[in-house]
Design a protein around this ligand. Structure first.
Ligand SMILES: NC(=O)c1ccc[n+]([C@@H]2O[C@H](COP(=O)([O-])OP(=O)(O)OC[C@H]3O[C@@H](n4cnc5c(N)ncnc54)[C@H](OP(=O)(O)O)[C@@H]3O)[C@@H](O)[C@H]2O)c1
Length: 300
């Protein structure tokens, strides 16, 4: 078998990442977006999380236009992007059905499009966005080998994969899968309990947490679980002299799997608070108060 000399050391990124899913809602000019990304870097948030489909296929291009104003910024950030979801869109008239596509041909074309939109030469980490029942792992392996050999992608990973789906793909691809990006927050405990985080710890895979603030539900949702979590975090916010958003991130950071939250606000003040959450260490008593509030009952 051809050897590709994949880097064995895993995910190279910042502990907190900035997500660009909502970037088309931020109403920033390219100069303003550039300034925002520069501020991210100054705060140590150097990992920029994208996907081909974000903002109806427009967010990568917004980022690329900002990057083009200062190309030297490319070496100061790590770009994560994703592929594999087909979304009907006026920008993609050939897509008729919202579905998945992990054929080698599609993965390679998607990366080429992402590179053109992002106006850069390589992607640091490419994630398969969602598991697909029609994914042929051997075909994905062919695409990874080509993209790596051509220098277009440095690392590979997955998103929303179960441990079994992860193992299947890893059994066929030579590249180490370095990330599994899944939904994790004080409002979403599923992957704490289904073996997903345990599997990542076992295999030294980095868990990136999407919607770490529940996509904003932490502040606005009035369902019973959200209200209980918000009440506990509000009590703790007094004790730690901070805000509930910082505590919700500190709660994720406390987990031994080394969770990397991907925050999604384009508000610089909120990003500063997120970056400062790295300095907060929740006590185990307080961590479990949040856990118990979220699940709605005590531990056994
Ligand atoms: N892999 C996947 O399948 C997947 C799925 C979804 C998302 N993602 C990634 O994860 C990233 C983050 O997701 P997300 O945007 O849902 O994350 P999030 O950080 O949990 O939520 C961001 C939302 O919360 C609001 N918010 C933040 N702080 C607030 C505060 N103090 N008070 C009130 N509202 C506040 C933001 O509003 P403002 O913008 O007004 O601040 C924004 O609407 C995305 O950008 C994307 O990169 C990945």
């Amino acid at each position: 078998m051809m050897r590709h000399q994949y880097h064995p050391l895993g995910f190279e990124g910042s502990r907190i990442a900035q997500g660009f899913w909502r970037a088309n809602e931020w109403q920033m000019s390219s100069a303003e977006l550039l300034s925002f990304v520069e501020s991210c870097v100054e705060l140590g948030v150097t990992t920029m999380d994208h996907a081909d489909i974000y903002g109806d296929y427009q967010c990568e291009a917004l980022f690329g236009q900002a990057l083009a104003l200062k190309p030297s910024l490319r070496e100061k950030v790590e770009i994560v992007t994703k592929c594999g979801i087909l979304l009907p869109s006026s920008h993609k008239p050939d897509i008729k059905v919202h579905r998945y596509d992990y054929r080698a041909e599609h993965i390679i074309a998607s990366v080429d499009q992402s590179l053109a939109s992002l106006k850069c030469e390589y992607i640091d980490t490419l994630l398969m966005h969602r598991p697909s029942p029609l994914m042929d792992a051997d075909e994905v392996a062919q695409a990874f080998d080509l993209l790596f050999t051509l220098g277009k992608v440095k690392h590979f990973g997955v998103s929303n994969y179960s441990p079994a789906q992860f193992d299947l793909l890893q059994s066929r691809v030579e590249a180490p899968l370095v990330v599994n990006q899944v939904e994790l927050s004080a409002l979403e405990l599923k992957h704490f309990n289904d073996g997903c985080l345990d599997h990542m710890q076992q295999h030294a895979v980095t868990p990136m947490a999407w919607s770490p603030l529940g996509g904003g539900r932490l502040f606005s949702s009035n369902d019973e679980s959200s209200l209980r979590v918000r009440n506990v975090l509000t009590e703790l916010a007094d004790k730690y002299e901070t805000g509930i958003d910082q505590l919700a991130l500190a709660w994720l950071l406390r987990h031994p799997a080394g969770i990397c939250p991907v925050v999604g606000s384009g508000n610089l003040e909120r990003l500063k608070l997120a970056a400062a959450s790295l300095a907060i260490t929740l006590s185990d008593d307080d961590w479990f108060k949040v856990w118990i509030a979220s699940q709605g009952h005590s531990v056994a």
